[in-house]
Design a binder for this molecule. Structure first.
Ligand code: SAH
Length: 221
């Protein structure tokens, strides 16, 4: 039974979640805490009803405003790479549906998340409240600059792609902290891991990915 079992959610979605977990395992996700969360967070409540029958497919889906909920494999991969512990504080840039937010919040002590499209924020907030996740703070704003008032963070995860690594985000890492960010243009992006060391930053380039662009400024609609 899911630790986040909500009213009206039956065994069907549990079975389809279990299948998704098995698939992610086959694809190389091995962090058991992350797999447990993919197996228990009800992704269908983060998606508009028209698409919710596809909630446990390993694909991104539209969430309105030209944005998408990330593919479960990517959510799992980025969460695994972030490698946070329950005593750590994490910043997410690009709340979107709030699904990745829910997964991360369950792995760390406190999760901060910034979203530039105003209409998405209350929707994500409602879903996170329904899951009784109380260690989350959401903010409507431009995440390019991070969240200076709450910095530094042990982990920062960016769920949209900037053309280059935003300097402000690197600066808001603790020493030993880690930034996961897809970098590049619409056609070509790669997932990068930036680790802050005593003396500076190290960069690791991972696989090709496809994210919506990180856009400067906010959008009120
Ligand atoms: N993890 C989210 C991904 C949503 S898509 C999910 O699975 O639902 C990426 C999100 O980043 C979009 O909601 C988009 O509006 C947001 N975004 C893009 N540029 C941003 C910026 N500069 N600051 C904050 N959010 C931004």
């Amino acid at each position: 039974m899911s630790e986040f079992d909500l009213q009206g959610i039956g065994m069907t979605s549990q079975r389809t979640r279990d299948r998704l977990v098995a698939r992610l395992r086959e694809q190389g996700i091995e962090d058991e805490a992350v797999l447990r969360l993919i197996g228990s967070v009800p992704r269908h409540i983060f998606i508009d009803e028209a698409w919710s029958h596809r909630a446990y497919e390993d694909s991104s889906l539209p969430i309105g405003h030209g944005q998408t909920i990330s593919q479960p494999f990517i959510v799992a991969l980025m969460s695994q790479l972030l490698n946070v512990s329950p005593r750590e504080r994490v910043l997410e840039v690009g709340t979107g549906s709030g699904y990745q937010t829910a997964v991360l919040a369950s792995l760390c002590q406190r999760l901060y998340s910034v979203e530039r499209i105003e209409a998405l924020v209350p929707r994500a907030k409602k879903r996170l409240e329904a899951m009784k996740l109380r260690n989350v703070a959401l903010r409507y704003g431009d995440g390019y600059g991070g969240w200076p008032e709450k910095a530094p963070f042990d982990g920062i995860l960016v769920t949209a792609a900037p053309p280059e690594i935003p300097a402000a985000l690197q600066e808001q890492l603790t020493v030993g902290g880690r930034l996961i960010v897809p970098v590049g243009t619409d056609q070509s992006q790669s997932l990068k891991v930036i680790d802050r060391t005593e003396t500076g930053f190290t960069e690791t380039i991972l696989e090709r990915v496809h994210f919506v662009p990180l856009v400067a400024g906010t959008e009120r609609r």
